[in-house]
Design a protein around this ligand. Structure first.
Ligand code: EPU
Length: 412
């Protein structure tokens, strides 16, 4: 899908955050572990969620998705090889591996796809599965994981910090009587997943440097859960407000945004917030030096949006991307749009300017696409953005929310 954006207008109004993409995907997969039905609220209507729903339906689950509420009934769930195209379209399909290992002791799946922001191997997941008694093989893009030995208790250390592997190893460990896992990484979305597992009846405890679990018998019940709001969506609208207008962002747990909020406040931006709302008003701040880090550090998913903000500061700002190898596309677009920008070794130094010349752009990943939209909306002129489908994978009702704020965006 391509969109045409007419920039330079005032962007003003209120916008409510939706449920977080990176919590919804593991939560939907984890609903297969429920004994009874699951009612999820605040589910974002994004294509990654529709893809996971498609997979659940192919496994004979009933899924009713109305508005932002979803009812999942896994009574008729059947084991099937996960050789569906949806598995390759999205990255988060890998959460089905951990879930399947607990439910069926095996999983055959097309290797997960997703945004092309680096090599994105799954070796940390696979090593954790091995430590939990599983063996795996990869042939022709199909991963086959199966039980090698019956492990009842485990004390494992993940090879490296990984959001996805921490959640996935936890899912795979739920068939054990007891586990402790070290070197784990639970961002707000992962913590939401742990909260959900506890509601389902899996008592996983998050300690300072590990998660621990001791099996309990599951009760048959209806589990209700409201998904945590999307902190990256909030940052996207906040940066848009700072660049182009006056936006109040509602329904967001600002405690999950401490680092980006502090960076902006320290640079002098006009940002006000309380526990659940942010007000961002057009302003020009001082240059910033930012490095992406694991939570609670500055999130890699917000890096591209800050790049656009850097182009409007008064001086040189820098961004070091330290999580993914290939996530610097926006800086090349800034360069092509007349912004002075030095890009080397995943670091960009951007000189703020008043004149940015919009052109036609191509989104290479979800967050890059969102940043391109901010760039186009906040500068005079017209821009065509191709590959915009990427953005709809992760932003709920994006085009309508932008239009409601006064943004001029047309689907071509
Ligand atoms: N990595 C490995 N081996 C693994 C797993 C990860 O080398 O087995 C590397 C990755 O290639 C990356 C780094 O470790 O360089 C961190 O990856 P991590 O596993 O922490 O991230 P992820 O689970 O792949 C999730 C989100 C990302 C988000 C990151 C960090 C999902 C589906 N994806 O990715 O979301 O950037 O955590 O918060 O939850 C996005 O929303 O745009 C997005 C890319």
């Amino acid at each position: 899908m391509n969109v045409k954006v007419t920039g330079g207008g005032m962007i003003k109004g209120n916008v409510s955050c939706s449920g977080a993409k990176n919590a919804s995907i593991p939560l939907l997969c984890a609903s297969l572990l429920a004994k009874g039905k699951v009612l999820l609220r605040n589910v974002p209507r994004i294509s990654d969620v529709f893809d996971i729903c498609g997979i659940l339906k192919r496994l004979d689950c009933k899924v009713v998705f109305k508005g932002h509420t979803m009812l999942i009934d896994n009574t008729n769930l059947k084991y099937r090889p996960l050789l569906f195209e949806e598995c390759q379209r999205i990255r988060g399909s890998y959460y089905l591996i951990g879930v399947f290992l607990t439910l069926f002791s095996k999983c055959e799946i097309l290797l997960p796809g997703g945004c092309k922001i680096g090599a994105r191997p799954i070796d940390i997941h696979l090593e954790a599965f091995s430590d939990l008694g599983y063996e795996y093989q990869i042939t022709d893009n199909v991963l086959w994981v199966y039980k090698k030995k019956a492990v009842k208790e485990a004390n494992i250390v993940l090879k490296n910090k990984s959001v996805g592997a921490s959640i996935n190893a936890c899912f795979a460990g739920l068939s054990l009587n007891h586990f402790v896992m070290h070197n784990i990484l639970f961002e707000p979305e992962g913590k939401d997943v742990l909260d959900f597992l506890n509601k389902l009846g899996y008592p996983v405890v998050l300690n300072d440097d590990n998660i621990a679990y001791t099996k309990k018998n599951l009760e048959f019940k209806l589990t209700k859960h409201t998904i945590v709001s999307d902190r990256i969506e909030a940052i996207t609208y906040m940066v848009l407000g700072l660049l182009a207008g006056d936006i109040t962002i509602k329904k967001i747990e600002t405690k999950n945004l401490e680092t980006p909020l502090k960076i902006l406040k320290d640079a002098g931006y006009n940002v006000l917030y309380n526990d659940s709302e942010i007000h961002a008003k057009k302003s020009i701040g001082a240059p910033m030096e930012v490095k992406t880090e694991v939570y609670p550090g500055f999130p890699t998913d917000a890096q591209s949006m800050f790049g656009v903000l850097f182009a409007r500061t008064t001086g040189k700002s820098s961004m070091q991307e330290a999580i993914f190898e290939n996530r610097m596309h926006i800086y090349y677009d800034l360069l092509d749009s007349g912004v002075e920008c030095l890009i080397k070794n995943n670091k960009a130094i951007v000189e703020g300017t008043k004149t940015i010349y919009l052109k036609n752009y191509k989104a290479y990943d979800l967050r890059h696409g969102a940043a391109l939209l901010l760039l186009a909306l906040s500068n005079e002129g017209e821009a065509l953005i191709s590959n915009f489908d990427y953005v709809l994978r992760g932003y709920d009702d994006f085009i309508n929310k932008i239009r409601a704020l006064g943004g001029k965006i047309e689907i071509i």
